[in-house]
Design a binder for this molecule. Structure first.
Ligand code: ADP
Ligand code: MG
Length: 453
C-alpha cells in the first residue's frame, strides 16, 4: 500500500473515532468538513473554511484529534488548522458560513434535519433503564404528537448520557408520522452563531421568521448560552413565541434549570414550567444492556461475554465512552486481524481504564462475596475445598481480576497466599461456567452491581 493510501485509511478511521468520541452533533457542526491536508514532520494539517471554525476546533477539539491520531499513527505530535476559504471536500458545509449565508441558512432551517439527522439515534436503538426511563417516556410522549403534552420538555443529565440521542429520536419519529411538519434541531451554540451572523448582516428579521415558523423546536445544550446576554434574550423571545402558539419546544442541558447559572431568572423559571426529566448516571445493568445491543449490530466481530461484562463494570463514566471503548477494541482487532481477548482489551483501553478506575479493592470484593453467599470472610479465605466455599472463592478471584488492576500473583497473595496459577484457573473456570450455568452468571451480574460505587 502506498503511503498516501495508508494515510487515507488512517483518516477514514480517525474520522469515525472523532464522530464516536466527540458526538454526532459536534462532529457534524465542526469536524465533518475539515479537510485533511496531510502529515509532515509529525504535524497534521487540516483546512477549515472560516477562522471561526478554525479557532473553535483549535481551542476545543485539537487535543482530541491529536489523541485519536496518535492511536493511528504514533509519529504525530501536533495538529495545525489553517484557513482555506476554497477548501472543499465535496460536501456542502452544514454550519452557516457568513460568505454564503442565504444558502446556509436554508440548509439549517429547513423542514427537517437534512443531513444532520443521525439515523442511528432512534427510539429503537435507545436502551432503557432506571436511570433514563422518565426521559425516554417523556420523549416518546412528545413524539406521539397527539397534543403538546408539556412545554417545554427539559431534558438534563451529564455528558454522554443520551440527551442528543433522544432529541434526534423525537425528530425522526415526528417526521416519520408527519413528513410535512417543520422540525428544527440545533445546538444552543449554533443558535448563537446563527443569531450573531444575522446581527452582523443585519438580517434578524429573516432569522426570527425562520425560527418562529417551526412546529417543533429543539435546542441542545442550552447551558451554552449562559452569560451570553443578547443570545439569551433572543432565545427567550423565540421560545415564548412558539409556546404561545402551542408549538412544542424541547430543550436539553447538562444540569437542571435551577442549576443553570448565568441565565436570567425569568428564563430559567420559564424553562421549568413544562416537564423536567433528568437522566441519571448509568448503572451496571444498563451499561451491560447497551453493550449487548451494540454487539448485535457488530455481526462481524466476535465479542465474548467476559469482555462485555468487563467493560460494563469498568467503563462507568458515560455511554459515549462506553461505546468508544467497544469501538476501539473492535477496530483494533479488525486492524491487526486477531480475535478480541481480555488481554487485548486491557491493553487497548489502558488509558480509559485508568481514568475510569473506581478503586474497588480486593477487600471490598471479598467482603461482598462472603456476605452474598452467607459465608464468613475467614471461610472464604481458608483452604477448605468444599464446593459451597470453593466456588464463591473462585468468583471472588474472578471479580478481583475483572474489577481491579491487580496482577494474578497479587490476587493470589490476598487470597491466603495462593499461587497465581490457582487464580488463573479460577478465572478460567468461572468464565467457562458462566456460559452454561445461568444462576452463576446472575450471581456475577448482581455482585458487579453491588460493588458499584
Ligand atoms: P449527550 O447528548 O447526553 O451528551 P448523547 O446523546 O450524545 O449524549 O449520547 C452519547 C452516545 O451514547 C451516543 O452515541 C448515544 O447513541 C449513546 N447512548 C446514550 N445513551 C444510550 C442508551 N440508553 N442506549 C443506547 N445508546 C445510548
Ligand atoms: Mg449532546
Amino acid at each position: 500500500m502506498s503511503r498516501e493510501g495508508n494515510l487515507e485509511g488512517q483518516w477514514v478511521r480517525a474520522r469515525e473515532c472523532m464522530r464516536a468520541e466527540c458526538g454526532q452533533e459536534v462532529f457534524e457542526t465542526w469536524l465533518k468538513n475539515l479537510e485533511f491536508r496531510g502529515v509532515e514532520g509529525g504535524t497534521l494539517t487540516f483546512a477549515a473554511r472560516t477562522t471561526f471554525v478554525r479557532d473553535r476546533v483549535r481551542r476545543h477539539y485539537s487535543e482530541t484529534i491529536k489523541d485519536i491520531w496518535i492511536r493511528e499513527n504514533g509519529n504525530v505530535y501536533s495538529v495545525e488548522i489553517i484557513v482555506d476559504r476554497n477548501s472543499t471536500d465535496g460536501a456542502l458545509s452544514n454550519y452557516p458560513n457568513p460568505e454564503n449565508e442565504s444558502a446556509q441558512l436554508a440548509t439549517c432551517v429547513s423542514d427537517s434535519f437534512g443531513g444532520a439527522l443521525d439515523p442511528r439515534y432512534s427510539f429503537d436503538s435507545f436502551v432503557v433503564g432506571k436511570s433514563n426511563e422518565l426521559a425516554y417516556a417523556a420523549s416518546q410522549r412528545v413524539a406521539e404528537c397527539v397534543e403538546v403534552p408539556f412545554n417545554p420538555l427539559f431534558l438534563h443529565g451529564g455528558v454522554g448520557l443520551g440527551k442528543t440521542h433522544l432529541m434526534h429520536a423525537i425528530a425522526a419519529e415526528v417526521l416519520k408520522k408527519h413528513p410535512k411538519r417543520k422540525v428544527m434541531y440545533l445546538s444552543a451554540e449554533k443558535f448563537m452563531y446563527e443569531f450573531i451572523t444575522a446581527l452582523r448582516y443585519k438580517d434578524t428579521v429573516a432569522f426570527k421568521r425562520q425560527f418562529r415558523n417551526v412546529d417543533l423546536l429543539m435546542i441542545d445544550d442550552v447551558q451554552f448560552i449562559a452569560n451570553k446576554n443578547s443570545t439569551q434574550e433572543e432565545f427567550f423571545h423565540t421560545f415564548n413565541a412558539l409556546v404561545d402558539n402551542r408549538r412544542q419546544v424541547v430543550v436539553s442541558a447538562d444540569r437542571s434549570p435551577t442549576d443553570l447559572t448565568g441565565i436570567e431568572d425569568r428564563i430559567v423559571s420559564r424553562l421549568g414550567w413544562g416537564l423536567v426529566a433528568d437522566i441519571h448516571p448509568t448503572d451496571y445493568e444498563l451499561r451491560y444492556g447497551i453493550l449487548q445491543s451494540k454487539r448485535e449490530k457488530l455481526e462481524e466481530a466476535d465479542i465474548s461475554e467476559e469482555v462485555i461484562s468487563f467493560l460494563a463494570s469498568r467503563i462507568t463514566s458515560n455511554v459515549r465512552e462506553l461505546e468508544g471503548a467497544l469501538n476501539r477494541v473492535v477496530a483494533y482487532a479488525t486492524l491487526v486481524g486477531r480475535p478480541i481477548t481480555m488481554d487485548m482489551t486491557r491493553e487497548v483501553l489502558q488509558d480509559l481504564l485508568r481514568a475510569n478506575d473506581r478503586k474497588v479493592t480486593i477487600d471490598d470484593i471479598q467482603r461482598q462475596v462472603a456476605e452474598y453467599y452467607n459465608l464468613r470472610l475467614s471461610e472464604l479465605l481458608s483452604a477448605r475445598r468444599a464446593r459451597n466455599i470453593a466456588r464463591p472463592r473462585q468468583v471472588a478471584m474472578y471479580l478481583s481480576k475483572q474489577m481491579t488492576q491487580r496482577s494474578l500473583p497479587e490476587i493470589g497473595r490476598k487470597f491466603g497466599g495462593r499461587d497465581h496459577t490457582t487464580v488463573m484457573h479460577a478465572v478460567k473456570k468461572v468464565d467457562d461456567l458462566r456460559l452454561s450455568d445461568s444462576s452463576l452468571d446472575d450471581d456475577i451480574h448482581r455482585l458487579s452491581r453491588l460493588l458499584e460505587v
